[in-house]
Design a binder for this molecule. Sequence first.
Ligand code: PLP
Length: 409
Amino acid sequence: MTTNANLTADRPTFVTHLECSLTGERYEADVVHGLSKAGRPLLVRYDLDVVKAQVSRDDIAARPTDLWRWRELLPVRATADIVSLGEIETPLVPLTKSGGANVLVKDEGRLPTGSFKARGLVMAVAMAKALGITKIAMPTNGNAGAALAAYATRCGIETIVFCPEDTPEINVREIALQGARVWRVNGLIDDCGAIVGEGAKQGRWFDFSTLKEPYRIEGKKTMGLELAAQLGWRLPKAIFYPTGGGTGLIGMWKAFAELEALGWIGAERPKMFAVQAAGCAPIVKAFEDGVEHADRWENAHTVAAGIRVPRAVGDFLILRAVRESKGIALAVEDDAILRAVDDAAKQDGLLLCPEGGATLAAYRDALAAGLVAAEDEVVLFNCATGLKYPMPEAPNWLDRTQPIDFDRL
Ligand SMILES: *Cc1c(COP(=O)(O)O)cnc(C)c1O
């Protein structure tokens, strides 16, 4: 058996400090942090000049391709704090028939726990372990809770998870089975977040809500790092990202800036398309209104539970990245989402989750509106395995004791 050197080799780390994403105020590294004093996400900063002097992109390219190859751009200091379930580099799968000749799907469903929440949570849990946190609570629409439960259990951290009551049964059960105490709550994800916040205020646990601890962004950032490496140190023309809390979009935007500072990519950026469901589109509304912060979306509903997020604490970071990239935020209807899932499965043999379907539906709209051209290389994010979601019935049944009409089969 070969061991993966990424998980065993000690590597130098380069975190210098953390920084408030709104005010730029500095915070010390290597101590427990939640949000900044301004109530906004903290961003991890690295001494990129020293990284540049000590590590080349060829060094990175020579390593095994998993997430931990990016160690010098990640916050975990001690190799012993790495907690891993096998975070592979996810493939770029062409979606030529239902998408087009230049459409690639980054299939995040291949990650541990079946979603890209593994990227964020593997990093956040490793940092919690490093900082001595022993009890964590989180509100979730499903996938984040599953990833938290899995990684926390693996390193002996206790977890309490709160889900909206209509969270898919499979998500609630996988969370429970992987060792968390999980509660259904009669409300939406931000109502669950209020319970987590109250318990944290009482000192009962650490609050792991999206962007309320600094390290999930760093884990999600690896999507952007990987994409650059996979495309030969360049980026696609456009990225379609299903946006809930926006961690991944914010993380990728940060990754591109860091890669440019290292001289590993140039100044070109993809147009970032923040995709939301028409039944829950606070970022789209704020984008269209030309404002920096989004109002809570009332009566949020969509088949794409992962992006049913009425309020995002990093709203301004999502909006900034979209605007700087000359992309847009756009909403798609549930029936277009389901049609996209159906088309990708039936025409290309790739089972998308509904959120992934939303990116295909949005790509189709963007193409029709001339926001992207058919010859532009675009990357859609399929954030979870389609196997976790309800599928249309397949009711055919055959009685083998009766004569079989083979022409009908
Ligand atoms: C969490 C989630 C999203 C949204 O990701 P953010 O980075 O929080 O915006 C999209 N799709 C799925 C399947 C998810 O689990």
